[in-house]
Design a protein around this ligand. Structure first.
Ligand SMILES: Nc1ncnc2c1ncn2[C@@H]1O[C@H](COP(=O)(O)OP(=O)(O)OP(=O)(O)O)[C@@H](O)[C@H]1O
Ligand SMILES: [Mg+2]
Length: 232
């Protein structure tokens, strides 16, 4: 579904991502884990069209994205939940979801998608009138995921959903993501938290200093103390 080949990203003279190859198949959850500054968010931005790689190709459902602008990538079915969540803090839960579905064609579709989010995350239904900024950290992250789902994506990209959350809440995020997995959605999950990622994803790419250091199944990464030691 998504294929990156030789993706290279520079900020001026600084080489942030150095020739990365990566693949996500339909229905798969793929994790990218790596420390601070590894180039994870840069890759996310390249997929979203916010950053333009200096070399390499991104192909999504057989379409080369090189000259495809941000809004068109959304209508092709790519939805990105950015680092830091991208919520509208003063708006209610429901208003946030409406914003996420702005490109939907009909009010009926909007209503169907909102109900789907509420059945996936019942706590959001209970809080539908509450300002997003007053939700707990874990609930805000759930809302960010729900907002990302509103556009009916074919691929959901999550940039560090566990960032800044307490360990107990991270467990909740893990449950949220495993629920998503049950829906069969294709997900690219970017994380620093390797255990969380391995509990959700089928395959893992380990990124450091802008290159893929290792690529394996989540089971094998979990079973390898040396690998985990580098990551946690
Ligand atoms: N706009 C920018 N201008 C200059 N350098 C940047 C810019 N954005 C990122 N970088 C640098 O590129 C490298 C990769 O950054 P990136 O944000 O992709 O890493 P990351 O893996 O997402 O890290 P984090 O875990 O902190 O989110 C870092 O060294 C960062 O300082
Ligand atoms: Mg980042």
């Amino acid at each position: 579904m998504l294929e990156l080949s030789g993706i290279t990203i520079r900020y001026g003279p600084f080489l942030a991502v150095d020739g990365i190859d990566l693949r996500v198949d339909e229905g798969e959850i793929v994790g990218i884990v790596g420390p601070n500054g590894a180039g994870k968010s840069s890759l996310v931005k390249a997929v979203g069209g916010i950053v333009k790689p200096v070399a390499g190709r991104i192909v999504f459902r057989s379409r080369d994205l090189s000259d495809v602008p941000v809004h068109e990538r959304i209508s092709l079915g790519i939805s990105i939940v950015p680092e830091g969540r991208g919520l509208f803090p003063r708006m209610s839960v429901e208003e946030n979801l409406l914003m996420g579905g702005y490109a939907l064609k009909s009010a009926e579709q909007m209503a169907v998608n909102i109900e789907r989010c509420f059945s996936l995350f019942p706590i959001l239904a209970e809080r539908r009138m509450q300002a997003a900024g007053t939700l707990s950290g874990g609930q805000q992250q759930m809302l960010a995921v729900a907002l990302g789902l509103m556009s009916d994506p074919k691929l959901l990209v999550l940039d560090e959903p566990s960032l800044g959350l307490a360990p107990i809440v991270i467990g909740e995020i893990g449950r949220t993501l495993r629920k998503l997995r049950e829906t069969g959605l294709t997900v690219l999950l970017i994380e620093q938290n390797a255990r969380l990622t391995c509990s959700v994803a089928q395959r893992i790419y380990i990124l450091a200093d802008g290159v893929v250091r290792h690529h394996d199944t989540a089971d094998r990464v979990m079973a390898s103390p040396e690998l985990l030691e580098h990551l946690i």
